[in-house]
Structure formats: structure tokens, C-alpha cells
Design a protein around this ligand. Structure first.
Ligand code: ACM
Ligand code: ZN
Length: 626
């Protein structure tokens, strides 16, 4: 007979199992989730109906209430709920006030009659709403039931960013908004908008319409991986008008996202130079388009918007006063448009070849007694920094701005690994970590043979998730300068909006969690939540990569025994893997994989992962010859 203590233990185990079972799939993972003790009393929890009132307890939260109402309307065709607290209806109450003083902190408490979301600030309330959204079903026809829950949450970093390159390929304003929605769903709060580069100038500047009229368009684009196999010979381009930019900034602000604009200088300047050749050290020299220039550019010669990728020698002349005048004019318009405290000036990958040959650049070096061209770049950036500071803003640039001496108040984006970020933090400058080894979302996220064309690299979901932004070598004081993290979507090989989504998802969920969640990591739990999030991406109408579901096959051959042992893994949660040995495509009816198995003859193993009766990820193949 069981003792009372044993019975008690069993009950505790049952209760724990139930709590574990009830764990919702919230991404990024909140600081604390508990199920209220009263849970058992109202198993149905809260149900959102057309009678539910979304009440903003503070007038300043009306925008958040509107956001939630629009979401319910859009995703569940829920008629706009009444805004006044109803007698018979239940209420979602949004209010200010929180035990935490951290911007973005919130609590969410769901009972049977009321859901209370309370934030330190409006951003906190907004993030509480994002959490609520993730407690709702991922199909539009189910009951909107919220099981009893208490969530207490706050962000680890105040800068949680994604960078989108719209120069290499241009994406319409509507898509930029759809992308901003995605950031908001992940509680990200910065969109770094890479607006200018060699291959296109994408923001209207009223004083210099040629920047977009000429610099916004290229005569063609190389085909395939650099240096390519030809040229499309198709005019390509586009730009955002200032009216569109304002609209996008406002749209982002409602979602508590600040847009950090990037205007590249002194390198990556071919598009501007095509519009204004005098910005170059050598205005008469034709642009060099490696290997496959378009027919038109070949025949016309002169300065051209770049058609190929990489780093280009034709940069802004650092010895020409007019260059600074024009950069200041451009930045004035940009600063007037964007409320962001950070103004990004690029600063990366500026070859010094032209400066070494340019009489004006060399004169500047002599006049200012500079050591070399790196110090000339530093002079360029410091001068621009003074201007940006004079407008009350902070200059941020890629880590090359450290070379030749960092501008006094500049912040650094560390992209060539973490070394630049570490150096800047040691110099007491603010840092955003964005190392190419962990957060370059233009890299392959699965086995290259199974993925669409990418620039290279190999960056799995799991690797992104493993990133720790505070380097162990920093002291606590230095570490305070690591203000956050950002992942970058460079678009040389991303021409469509679907592919932007594919390369961003689900990896954005991993960087969002790195940026938001404090405390130890748990890959298994993360992959459990990602499995649900994949359904949500579909529900939200985004194209997410399923690469983590691809079955990795491993085979051990024992020739003497005439036997091969086959095992399968994926990077997904509790995968349902089916396989065949006769070369046919696996389906749900094919053999279910349970554990490593032996084969004793030559076979072709084909395996794939399934979820809700449908294949997810690609079929992988392994030929075994015995
Ligand atoms: C960079 O990837 N050139 C910042
Ligand atoms: Zn020059």
C-alpha cells in the first residue's frame, strides 16, 4: 500500500506535469510564467468574443487598444469590440504601472472575466499585447480561449534590431510595413534601414533629386553568385519618397519601433557618384563593373550605379569640401525625417586606393598632418560626427570607424566578429553587437544544396540562438556599453519579398530571444516554441524557412558484419520522421522512425519530417552500398 507521502508525491508530479503541459509557446521567452492557483476552478479561462471590451485605462494607451482591436479584426474577423466596459461582457484592460522601471516591462494576468495587461510604459503594454496574441489560436475559426496565466516580463537589452538592405534589392513601402509588423510580433524595437549603397540610392532627397532619379536605378544586375555568369540587362531600381518615409516612420512608431536610417559614407558610394560624379576623387574615370557590366553601361562608359556586388574603389573624395557640404545637406533632410537618436553613416569597407592617388586627398593628409589614409577616414567620420552631434543626434557606424581613431561620441556596430565591439566598449563607447558569424541572415540556414542561393556561410537557427552578446572578456562596467544586438538581412541574393521573409524566419525569433530574454538558454524548449511559431508564421501569412526540419542522416557502415546503421536527427522539436528504403518519396504512411536501425543490403534511404499529416522541410537522401 502506498504511504500518504507517496500519494502526495504522485499528486505533485501530476500537477507539475499539468503545468509543464500548459506551458504556452511564447517567443521571445518571458521572464516568468505561472499558472494561477485558481486555474482548476475555471478551466475554460477567458474567451474573447465580439462582446469583449478592450479598455485603455489611460488615454495614452488608445493606440495600443486600437492595435489589438485591428489584430483581432484582421486575423479572426472579430467584429470591432465595444470600447466601453460591458456589463455582461468580459474585459481586456490595458493600464500603466509596473513594479519594474525597465522600459518595455509588463505583466499580463488572464483570469476568467478579465485580462489585465499593465506596462511600465506604452511599449510595455504593447509587448503584453504581443504576448496575448501568442496565447491565441493559429487558425481563424477556433474559439479565442486564453487559459489562466500570469506573465511577468521585461527586455534584457534596449536595442533589439533587424537591418534590412533595400539598396541591393528594393522592396516596396507596403512590404517594409509588413516587415515592421514582423519585428513588432517579436518585440524587436529597431529597424536599421540600409538606404544607400553602390547598387542604389533609395531615399528621396529634395535638394538633390538626381540622387534617386539617377542613383536609384541601375542598368542591369549580375546573374548568379559573384562575379556571376552574365548580366540581366534589365533596368532595376526604385526609391521611397519622403512622404512614404514619413508614413513608414509613423507606422513603425505605433509599433514602438524606431527606424535607424543608414546613409553610407565614405565608401559604398557608387550610386551617389553616378548621380554626381564630382563626389569622386576621379570624376572622369568610368566605373569599374567587374566581369559582366550591362550592355548599356559598357557602351556608355562614365559613372554607373553598380551592377555587381562586393567592395568598390570609387568612394567619396575626402579632400573635396563640396563632398562634406552635400553630405551635410543630405543628413539634414534625413535628420528632419527620422526621430532616431542614432544616425548611421556606414563607414565600412572603404578602400583607400583612390585616396592614395588623389592630389586633393593627399593635400588634406598633409595639411592636417595625418598619418595615413586611415586617419583620413577618421577625419571624415569625425567631421560628420560633429555635424550630427550639432543636430542633437548620435553617430553610429560599422566597426571600421575605429580605424585611425574613433570619433569622440560615436557608437559602433560590431560586424567583423566581436573584436570591434570589445575594443569600442573598452574605450567606453556604446556598442551594438551584430557579428557576421552569428547574425548575418543572408547566410545559408541549412545544407546549401537544399537551400535557395545565398551569399555563403552556414548559420543555423540553433547557432543564432546560441549567441551571447556580452563578451566574457569585458568587465561589468565595460559590458554596460553593449546596448543590444541586431541581425542583418543583406540582399545581394535576395530579390523577392518572399525570400526576405524566408531568410529572416524563423531566425528572427532566435535573435529576438537573444535580445529580450535574460537567463539560461534551453534549446529544446526554444525548438518546442518554434514549432508552434511556424504555424503562426503561416497564419500571419509569412514565408518561413523549414530548414530546421530537414532530416540529417548519419550512417555507420560495418563492412565485416555486412551492416549499416542509420540514424536521423533534425534541429526541430520531437520530429515525426518517416522514411523509405526503396527510393520512393516518404509520406505519412511510410515507416515511422523510432530509433537507429540496421540495413543489410544496398539501399537508398529517403527521409522527411511530418507535422499534422503534412511534410515539413525537405526530403533528404542517403545512398548506402554494402
Ligand atoms: C558589412 O557587412 N559590410 C557591414
Ligand atoms: Zn580624393
Amino acid at each position: 500500500m502506498k504511504s500518504a507521502f507517496q500519494v502526495f508525491l504522485v499528486l505533485v508530479q501530476l500537477a507539475v506535469a499539468q503545468i509543464a503541459f500548459a506551458q504556452p509557446a511564447i517567443l521571445p521567452k518571458p521572464g516568468k510564467i505561472t499558472v494561477p492557483v485558481s486555474a482548476g476552478a475555471s478551466p475554460d479561462g477567458f474567451v474573447i468574443t465580439p462582446q469583449t471590451a478592450v479598455v485603455a485605462a489611460d488615454r495614452s494607451l488608445q493606440s495600443e487598444a486600437d492595435f489589438l482591436n485591428s489584430y483581432l479584426q484582421k486575423q479572426y474577423s472579430l467584429q470591432r469590440p465595444r470600447l466601453k466596459k460591458g456589463k455582461q461582457g468580459n474585459t481586456i484592460l490595458l493600464s500603466l504601472g509596473n513594479a519594474s522601471t525597465v522600459s518595455g516591462a509588463y505583466t499580463l494576468e488572464a483570469g476568467a472575466r478579465e485580462i489585465k495587461i499593465s506596462g511600465t510604459d506604452a511599449a510595455g503594454v504593447f509587448y503584453g499585447i504581443q504576448t496575448l496574441i501568442q496565447l491565441l489560436p493559429t487558425d481563424s475559426s477556433s474559439t479565442l480561449k486564453v487559459a489562466p496565466i500570469f506573465v511577468q516580463d521585461e527586455p534584457r537589452f534596449q536595442y533589439r534590431g533587424m537591418m534590412l538592405d533595400v539598396s541591393r534589392h528594393f522592396f516596396p513601402a507596403e512590404f517594409v510595413k509588413k516587415y515592421i509588423d514582423l519585428l513588432a510580433f517579436h518585440k524587436m524595437n529597431r529597424l536599421h534601414w540600409h538606404l544607400t549603397d553602390d547598387q542604389g540610392w533609395r531615399i528621396e532627397i529634395k535638394k538633390y533629386p538626381q540622387l534617386t532619379a539617377v542613383g536609384g536605378w541601375r542598368n542591369g544586375t549580375i546573374i548568379g553568385n559573384y562575379p556571376g555568369s552574365g548580366n540581366t540587362n534589365q533596368r532595376y531600381g526604385g526609391f521611397y519618397t519622403q512622404a512614404e518615409v514619413k508614413d513608414i516612420i509613423e507606422y513603425a512608431a505605433k509599433r514602438h519601433i524606431t527606424i535607424v536610417p543608414e546613409i553610407e559614407m565614405p565608401g559604398h558610394a557608387s550610386a551617389a557618384i553616378a548621380a554626381f560624379p564630382s563626389l569622386s576623387c576621379f570624376p572622369e574615370e568610368a566605373s569599374f563593373i567587374n566581369k559582366y557590366p550591362s550592355d548599356l553601361s559598357k557602351s556608355k562608359g562614365g559613372k554607373q550605379v553598380q551592377e555587381t556586388w562586393g567592395v568598390h574603389n570609387d568612394v567619396y573624395c575626402a579632400g573635396n569640401e563640396a563632398v562634406f557640404g552635400m553630405m551635410e545637406d543630405v543628413l539634414t533632410e534625413v535628420i528632419n525625417l527620422f526621430p532616431s537618436s542614432y544616425i548611421h553613416i556606414g563607414g565600412d569597407e572603404c578602400p583607400k586606393e583612390n585616396w592614395k592617388k588623389c592630389p586633393r586627398c593627399q593635400q588634406r593628409i598633409k595639411d592636417l598632418k595625418l598619418k595615413d589614409e586611415h586617419e583620413l577616414q577618421s577625419y571624415f567620420v569625425q567631421r560628420i560626427e560633429k555635424f550630427i552631434n550639432s543636430k542633437g543626434r548620435v553617430l553610429i557606424g560599422w566597426d571600421e570607424i575605429l580605424e585611425g581613431g574613433l570619433a569622440p561620441n560615436a557608437a559602433v556596430m560590431s560586424w567583423r566578429g566581436e573584436a570591434g565591439g570589445i575594443e569600442a566598449a573598452k574605450q567606453r563607447h556604446d556598442v551594438i553587437m551584430t557579428p557576421n558569424s552569428y547574425v548575418y541572415f543572408d547566410h545559408f540556414q541549412g545544407k546549401p544544396a537544399l537551400e535557395p542561393m545565398a551569399i555563403g556561410g552556414y548559420l543555423t537557427l540553433q547557432k543564432v540562438y546560441s549567441y551571447e552578446p556580452i563578451p566574457a572578456v569585458l568587465t561589468a562596467e565595460e559590458a554596460k556599453h553593449i546596448k543590444g544586438v541586431q541581425a542583418n538581412v543583406w540582399t545581394e541574393y535576395i530579390a523577392s519579398t518572399d525570400k526576405v521573409e524566408y531568410m529572416s524566419l524563423p531566425r528572427m525569433a532566435a535573435i529576438a530571444e537573444v535580445a529580450w530574454t535574460t537567463g539560461p538558454k534551453d534549446w529544446n524548449d526554444f525548438s518546442r516554441r518554434i514549432d508552434v511559431q511556424q504555424d503562426r508564421y503561416l497564419f500571419w501569412n509569412y514565408t518561413a524557412a523549414q530548414s530546421a526540419y530537414n532530416v540529417k542522416q548519419s550512417v555507420q557502415i560495418d563492412s565485416d558484419a555486412g551492416r549499416a546503421t542509420v540514424s536521423f536527427t533534425t534541429d526541430s522539436f520531437e520530429p515525426e520522421i518517416h522514411y523509405t528504403l526503396d527510393g520512393s518519396e516518404p509520406g505519412v504512411q511510410s515507416t515511422l522512425y523510432k530509433k537507429p536501425f540496421d540495413v543489410r543490403r544496398s539501399v537508398t534511404v529517403k527521409a522527411a519530417c511530418f507535422k499534422n499529416g503534412k511534410q515539413v522541410g525537405k526530403t533528404t537522401l542517403q545512398q548506402i552500398v554494402l
